[in-house]
Each structure stands twice: as structure tokens, then as C-alpha cells.
Write a protein that binds this ligand. Structure first.
Ligand SMILES: Cc1cc2nc3c(=O)[nH]c(=O)nc-3n(C[C@H](O)[C@H](O)[C@H](O)COP(=O)(O)O)c2cc1C
Length: 187
């Protein structure tokens, strides 16, 4: 079976962002699974003019990423109890390419809750986009202490939590791929 291509969507373009360290770790651990090809998708590398999902508001490179994706892992920081506008803008630029695909979440914050409120807001958004969310969230609280200035993880126990999130996402990706491929009938 070919590898599952699962982009790890980084949630912010902020210059001093720390959540990019979490996104890189999530992708690194994803790539330790034999059946996964994970890649960080950094909104800084893409251009989404305007708003919405009209042709002129898309980035064709992101369109290609979402077409190829068999699942998504979103790594979002928490901004004012929500998720950043740059993540919403990126997500909004596509629609049909998300349908019947799974999504896992990692939340990031400088405080003790690890972005739980940003994840809760995302659940409603991804549901409207046709995605199916996993229940094995990953949380990175106190991100300033969890990673050093070079982005090196300071608590190895987190690797196991990330693996658990991937295990569920991989299972869901295989199940939903079988459904999209017409192997289990119905829709
Ligand atoms: C605009 C803004 C709003 C924030 N709001 C929250 C918040 O509501 N809850 C929280 O725990 N942290 C909040 N923070 C702190 C972030 O959790 C912290 O900046 C963390 O590093 C987020 O990831 P980032 O560095 O990639 O931006 C906020 C940060 C910014 C820049």
C-alpha cells in the first residue's frame, strides 16, 4: 500500500511563533511510521489573496496539497481563545478537497491548557468542511519551556503522546480512504 500523505498544517505566520516547533515535531514523528509521508505546510510559504475559496483566492500549491492529502494534522496556537486568522484563511481557500478526510489536532499555548480552546473552535469549522475529527488531541502547554530557542523538545515524554495521536489518525485515514475508494459501499 502506498504511504498515506498527511500534511501537518502550521497555524500561524507570527514572526516569533513557537508553535512551528510543535508542527515540526509532529511531522518528524509522523514520518517514523512506515505508512506515512508527513510534511509541514507553513502558511508563510503560501499566498492566499483576499478571502474565500474563489479561484483567485487560492494558492495552486495548497490546492495540490489538499488534493493529495489523505488526512490532516492541524497544529494551532491559541489566540484569544480561538485559532489564528492565517489558519482560517488557509483552510477557507479550499472546500471539496477536505471532504471525508480525517483531521487530528495539536494545540499550543504559553499557558497551562495547551490550546484546548482553539481546538474546540476548530472542531465546528472542520465539521462544516466535511472533515472527520479524531478524539486523540495533542496539547503543548507552556510552549516556551517545552522547546528551547532552537526548537528542541525538552520533555521526551511528549513523543509518546504525539505517537498516540498519529496512531488514531492513521487508522482513521485508512478507514476513510477505503470509503472514498468505494470499498465499503454507501456514499
Ligand atoms: C494574539 C495572541 C493572543 C493570545 N491569546 C492566548 C490565549 O487566549 N490563551 C493562551 O493560552 N495563550 C494565548 N496567547 C499566547 C500564545 O499561547 C503563545 O504566543 C504561544 O507561543 C502561541 O504560539 P505561537 O508562538 O506559535 O504564536 C496569545 C498570543 C497571541 C500572539
Amino acid at each position: 500500500m502506498p504511504k498515506l500523505y498527511i500534511p501537518v498544517l502550521a497555524g500561524t505566520t507570527r514572526d516569533q511563533r513557537k508553535s512551528i516547533f510543535a508542527a515540526r515535531l509532529v511531522a518528524e514523528i509522523g514520518n517514523t511510521f512506515d505508512d506515512v509521508e508527513a510534511e509541514v505546510i507553513d502558511p508563510l510559504d503560501y499566498n492566499f489573496p483576499g478571502d474565500g475559496n474563489d479561484p483567485e483566492g487560492k494558492d495552486p500549491r495548497y490546492t495540490a496539497v489538499t488534493e493529495r492529502a489523505q488526512g490532516f494534522f492541524i497544529v494551532t496556537p491559541e489566540y484569544n481563545h480561538g485559532y489564528p486568522g492565517s489558519l482560517k484563511r488557509m483552510l477557507d481557500s479550499e472546500l471539496k478537497n477536505y471532504i471525508h478526510k480525517p483531521v487530528a489536532f495539536a494545540g499550543v499555548s504559553s499557558g497551562p491548557w495547551g490550546g484546548v480552546r482553539a481546538i474546540e473552535q476548530l472542531v465546528g469549522t472542520v465539521r462544516e468542511m466535511g472533515m472527520v475529527s479524531t478524539f486523540t488531541d495533542m496539547n503543548f502547554p507552556k510552549v516556551g519551556q517545552l522547546f528551547d530557542d532552537d526548537g528542541t523538545l525538552q520533555d521526551e515524554a511528549y513523543r509518546e503522546h504525539v505517537k498516540a495521536a498519529w496512531t488514531e489518525l492513521i487508522w482513521m485515514s485508512k478507514v476513510l480512504k477505503a470509503g472514498r475508494d468505494g470499498e465499503i459501499g454507501g456514499a
